[in-house]
Design a protein around this ligand. Sequence first.
Ligand code: AHR
Length: 860
Amino acid sequence: MIRKFKNLRVALFFFLGYCISNGAMASDQPDSVYLFAYGTNGLRFAWSQDKQNWTSIGNGHPYVKSDYGAWGSEKRMYTPYLIEGKDGRWQAVWGLNDRTLQFAHAGSNDLISWGPQSYPYLEKGKNVLKPVISYDKISQTYRITYTDSQSKYFQTTTQDFKKYSSAEEVPPAQYKNQSTTISLGGEKVEGQVHRVSWILVDGLLKSYQLTQYNAALNAETTSQDAQRFAGLKTVDAKIVLQPQASKPISDMLMGVFFEDINYAADGGLYAELIQNRGFEYHPADKKYNDKAWTSTHAWSVRGEGASLQVDSVQPLHGNNPRYAMFTTESSRAALINTGFDGIVVKKGEAYNFSMFSRQIAKAGGKLEVRLVSEKQGLLAKATIALPSSEWRSLKTTLTASADASDVRLELQPLQAGSYGFDMVSLFPQKTFKGRKNGLRPDLAKTIADLHPRFIRFPGGCVAHGDGIDNIYKWKNTIGPLETRVPDRNLWNYHQSMGLGYFEYFQFCEDVGAEPVPVLAAGVPCQNSSHGGGGQQGGIPMSEMGKYVQDILDLVEYANGGVNTTWGKKRAEAGHPKPFNLKYIGIGNEDLITEVFRERFEMIYHALRKAHPEITIIGTAGPFFEGTDYVEGWKIASELDIPVIDEHYYQSPGWFINNQNFYDKYDRSKSKVYLGEYAASLPGKVRTNLETALAEAAYLTSLERNGDIVHMTSYAPLLAKEGHTQWNPDLVYFTNTEIKPTVGYYVQQLYGQHAGDRYIPATITLSEQAENIRKRIAYSAVRDSKSNDLIIKMVNILPVSVNAELDLAGLKLGKKISRTVLSGDPAGTTAKPQTIDDVILEKNTLELQPYSLTVLRFSNK
Ligand code: AHR
């Protein structure tokens, strides 16, 4: 409860205000009234004293919505049917669609907070239409009866909403639908009438009012500031640090989450320049099977009589079944790849070309490999000998004679013939830290500059996939590139797995970050569109043993000795030393159902038993409240999960108004990994200084709560312009440019100026209004390695704040640096400016309007 209504003071204040203005609690209220339950795409309510005149509760506000299936048109609720059960708990069932043999169920004690939804599969009927629920006192069972599109009637029973009897056909008379039609706001609506206590209705009304109140706070933006803060002058703030009350905080707070979304891997961080090098793109990579997305994507043919076909007879490797069969009748035709929107090369830099080839018709001959710029012509070429009928690896190096971003790769056999080509690769020799099969240096450096303490990978949704077949399988992503198993990326493209687990672990090591792999909890994404509605189709329990073993094997791959099966594979990849994996996340913002729980527990217990040294991270749904949040935390407490992953994407107003979110968290429970968060603007457009400052203010609260908040990572991290499925992102990029957002600099400042001891402070302001207080945030930390003191101050007001710091009792370094990020809140170009060797007159400083200031008292 405390977690749900964190801002108790606000809630109480608000309730009181509401009661006074509305008279809802006045003594003339009836003891009981009629409640009408109805709705399409959400369970809604109305109330009445006489069953004639109905008043909508919360203007038709939906108190529970269906979470079944893929986002969009699948999340439907038809003909909800509500009863009060034997124990006073409300039970609702509803129809989902006219295709699936499933209905939905959820239960609630107060009609406000709802338990997990379930979507039982039935065996009888064409579909499940208009399910109704009743309670049979004699057999002490709930009976769900439904009809189908062939006007037949069926029934299933349950005692616990977990196990259901086999559905059986019943006579029509047994289908007792008590729904009735009322007139509500001039419209006829169908639903069920219940006699209930006024307290229940009052609770619904108040909950709606609280929702509205919070929505208004969350919608606050700086565009209203001229009005909101009209006449406001400079605010004075006296900040008194209290070193005697300092506490240790996590030294892992600032991390990053790398997910292959928005072309973040292929065409992004992964330095491969050839798109679709394995000819494995497939219409099924895309939702609804895009026929234009084929194995020849990004490839074309130049020259008369030349042709490209994709074949799979005698493939290079079974995991990479397709290859190009290029046939030419002349020595002038070429097979061309245009990379990811063109290939970028730099003058004087070397590029490793490699591919596998076999000749289909006759053996021998030569191949010219060229880099050709659209505007500048030929930039590099090399000639290599073609092999015989067997697959052979071919390699050469090309050095570019000019800078260009419009380059294509041409493969031109110098004689007629028919050739098999596969795994055609062009890799810059300059990768991040010079790694083989490595990363694009400028992007990798941009991530490294955040000074991340950990890197989460591979998801997000990429981890749990769109349907169980799409669950990310780490074993498919290691070993020689031609043996890796590419897959459909649920963000609607293709993932080559070139950037797999080895490259990930290597990157973590290269930037000094702990790896935090997040693996599916045996269930796919709750919004899956493949393999049945939603995640209720988890991995069959009969296959879970193998799945659990795969997870244990990942630990062996990362940490096992070179003589172990999987440790040996790591050594073969070039890293005999262990990667020292310490964390594993199980599950990603899943729908917390019985299906989830059964699988999660199996993995959790096995991993804990085999590897007590690994810190396991559980999951608490995609929001900061609601059923999955509550149920996820329940499991975390019951199983004593060390860390739990929370996610929330909210408005800047939410972040400003919820800086007390963790203040009241129970310190004896699991620690928190805020694994995905971002302040986003309406329309999910790119972010600006306003969102960045809202995050900066929130981050002061995360440092303050760094004893319980163990880790955080903004999401998503990368987005390639022109291939972005999700906004906002932290860093946008093209083939040639990196475009960090203002939010990036906030992450960077917190990453570069992190501490491991928090020093509380009291603050006294010359202005008392709450909306002013919430817009001045601060935190002080000490970094025990350098013994530096760091103070961060955020001012999200349109006026300056004169801050006076009382640093009595603190050991201070001799040098002070001051970094300020400020500007127009709607602006997108602000960058931090640092002044070294600052002198603080009387320990006072001006915090500019709309700014983040970082003061570092350094010992160097
Ligand atoms: O960060 C983008 C997506 O948001 C993640 O893949 C998913 O976990 C969340 O819904």
